[in-house]
Ligand binder design. Structure first.
Ligand code: GRF
Length: 192
C-alpha cells in the first residue's frame, strides 16, 4: 500500500468491543521501531469493553462512539477520525457492523481479524460450527473490510489443527494465539 518514508508511521485506530488481546498485541507491535504503524486511537462502541484499559496503560487516546448507524452518528464518527488524522483502521473483536458510507470513506483502509479460515464460517460462533462439522483445521484470517460481511479480500491466514479432544474453549485459545502472530504479519504485508 504505502511505503514507509523515513520513520513516518501510518496513524491507525483500533476498533474493539471486548477483551482487546489483539489490540494489546498490535500496540506492542506498533511500538517496535521498524513497525509501519502507530496506534493513535482506540475506539469502542461500548464503555464496557475491557480492552479500553490499554488506553491508560499505553497512553493512547480512547473514545467510545455510537455506531447505531444513522447519518448523524456516522458523520460524527467520521469527522472525529478525520480530525485525529487516522489513515487506517484495524477491527479487533469489534462487534458492530460499519455502515456502507463509513466503509466507502475509508475504502481499502479497514481490515479485520476473523477467527476462521474464511470463506468458511463467516459471522459468529465459528469454533462451535467448525467442531460440529468435524473440520480437521481451524484458523484465523485478516481481510479487508467491504460492505459484505467477512467477505473482503484475504490478506493472510493461519491454520491450526483441530484435535479430537478440542472444545470451543481450547480451540478459541489456540486460534487466538495464532491471531496474535497473524495480525502484525498482515500489517507488515499491507505496508511493504
Ligand atoms: C478474536 O477471536 C477475533 O478474531 C474476533 O474477536 C476476538 C477478539 O478477541 N473478531 P480480543 O478482544 O482481541 O481478545
Amino acid at each position: 500500500m504505502k511505503k514507509l518514508i523515513g520513520l513516518k508511521k501510518t496513524k491507525v485506530a483500533v476498533f474493539i468491543s471486548g477483551t482487546g488481546s489483539n489490540l494489546k498485541n498490535l500496540i506492542k507491535f506498533s511500538n517496535k521501531k521498524n513497525s509501519p504503524i502507530s496506534i493513535n486511537l482506540i475506539i469502542s462502541n461500548t464503555k464496557k469493553a475491557k480492552g479500553l484499559k490499554y488506553a491508560n496503560q499505553y497512553n493512547i487516546e480512547k473514545k467510545v462512539l455510537n455506531f447505531n448507524n444513522n447519518k448523524i452518528n456516522e458523520k460524527k464518527n467520521l469527522d472525529f477520525l478525520i480530525k485525529k488524522e487516522i489513515n487506517f483502521i484495524c477491527l479487533a473483536g469489534f462487534m458492530k457492523i460499519l455502515s456502507k458510507n463509513f466503509i466507502k470513506k475509508f475504502k481499502g483502509k479497514i481490515v479485520n481479524i476473523h477467527p476462521s479460515l474464511l470463506p468458511k464460517y463467516k459471522g459468529l460462533n465459528t469454533h462451535k460450527r467448525a467442531l460440529k462439522n468435524k473440520e480437521k483445521f481451524a484458523g484465523c484470517t485478516v481481510h479487508y473490510v467491504t460492505t459484505k460481511l467477512d467477505s473482503g479480500k484475504i490478506i493472510l491466514q493461519k491454520k491450526v489443527k483441530i484435535k479430537k479432544k478440542d472444545t470451543v474453549n481450547s480451540l478459541k485459545k489456540k486460534v487466538l494465539k495464532k491471531e496474535h502472530q497473524l495480525y502484525p504479519a498482515a500489517i507488515r504485508k499491507i505496508f511493504s
